[in-house]
Design a binder for this molecule. Structure first.
Ligand code: B12
Length: 293
């Protein structure tokens, strides 16, 4: 998505007159900055949040850098789930963007898009790969497409307050799964946390150094695979010690967290879903994500 737009562009995108748009800017309904010449410029993130909050139609999505016809049809989560699985498998990126961004523009929260749409869509690709109906390249391409869409949503989120609580997280060595940690980051950012995923495959020592150096309010670890559980537990304990020294809570989640592993480690919360994370983070900091309609 483009970053700053003129009033003429935004008026065209929303299908309203430039005069109305300027009035809305002056009323504070849409955030705008002024150029040195005194012209209003609107950040795309502000326009997107306006559409979400006011359920305003999007007439020319291309102006915001979105695929044609974005904002026209809003399907149920269940319907999008099936359509997204098919579009991801086919590598139809614009269709995937349209489906997910439509949900976002209609006010759906990141955790809903993650738990209720991306996870089942990726699960169905995984199941079809298992049965030889999907090639590896299709699965990996699907991850790349999801990553780009999540990045697009990230740039459309409202700006963070300077006082936003910090959260960092990642995966440990041997865990190459990128989407869960990216979704945790986005979920927390939507809630107003200054959350940053450090990516995948870290040695525990370096994450312990990050915890000590950054001293976030919250640390998360995503665990999609732990091929050597004993090694995982010993690596985790390094993180746990670093976090305990700074009194930083650790929240964990992911398919590889068996009861056996969980019994051997300490953590503040173990979440099977992003939904659970939202409740935990709200309780921890009192941050509230915007309400979906
Ligand atoms: C994409 C993918 C890969 C990609 C990942 C690439 C990448 N850049 O991420 C690659 C190619 C690496 C891969 C490899 C393999 N994979 Co794979 N993979 C998948 C697939 C299709 C999607 C995974 C995904 O991203 N899902 C979307 C995420 C968002 O969903 P999620 O992980 O469930 O996360 C949610 C929750 O768990 C939770 N959560 C997760 N972490 C955290 C953390 C916190 C803090 C919180 C709050 C919440 C939370 O929130 C998320 C949202 O709800 C899954 C299928 C599936 N069912 O998921 C198979 C799957 C996981 N893979 C599988 C297999 C077998 C493999 C391989 C062994 C294949 C092989 N023979 O080489 C290798 C092993 C790699 C390794 N080193 O471990 C199997 C695992 C079976 C099992 N019993 O464990 C699955 C289930 C496919 C299948 N149906 O058979 N895979």
């Amino acid at each position: 998505m483009k970053q700053l737009l003129s009033t003429r562009q935004v008026a065209a995108a929303l299908g309203i007159s430039e005069a109305s748009l300027k009035r809305w800017c002056d009323k504070g309904l849409l955030p705008a900055v002024r150029t040195v010449g005194g012209h209003r410029r609107l950040p795309v993130s502000g326009v997107v949040q306006f559409i979400r909050e006011h359920r305003h139609p999007l007439v020319k999505p291309e102006v915001l850098g979105l695929p044609p016809a974005t904002g026209r049809t809003v399907h149920t989560l269940q319907r999008v789930r099936g359509l997204l699985g098919e579009a991801l498998e086919a590598g139809a990126e614009d269709q995937c963007r349209r489906l997910v961004l439509n949900l976002y523009l209609s006010g759906r929260r990141v955790y809903e898009i993650g738990d209720d749409v991306l996870v089942p869509a990726m699960s169905s690709i995984g199941a079809r790969w298992e049965h030889g109906q999907v090639e590896i390249y299709q699965e990996r391409r699907a991850v790349e497409i999801c990553t780009r869409i999540l990045h697009e949503i990230r740039t459309a989120l409202p700006e963070l307050e300077p006082s936003a609580p910090r959260a960092i997280g990642a995966t440990l060595e041997a865990d190459p799964y990128t989407l869960p940690t990216a979704l945790v980051e986005l979920t927390l950012r939507e809630m107003g946390w200054n959350a940053e995923s450090y990516g995948i495959g870290h040695p525990a020592e370096t994450l312990a150094a990050a915890i000590a150096g950054v001293r976030p309010r919250l640390f998360w670890l995503s665990v999609s695979t732990a091929p050597d559980p004993a090694r995982f537990v010993s690596q985790y304990r390094l993180l746990q010690a670093a976090a305990a020294r700074e009194s930083i809570p650790i929240v964990i989640g992911g398919r590889a967290l068996t009861d056996d592993i969980r019994r051997q480690i300490d953590y503040a919360a173990c979440c099977e879903t992003l939904r659970r994370l939202v409740s935990f983070a709200e309780a921890l900091h009192g941050t509230k994500a915007e309400t979906a309609g």
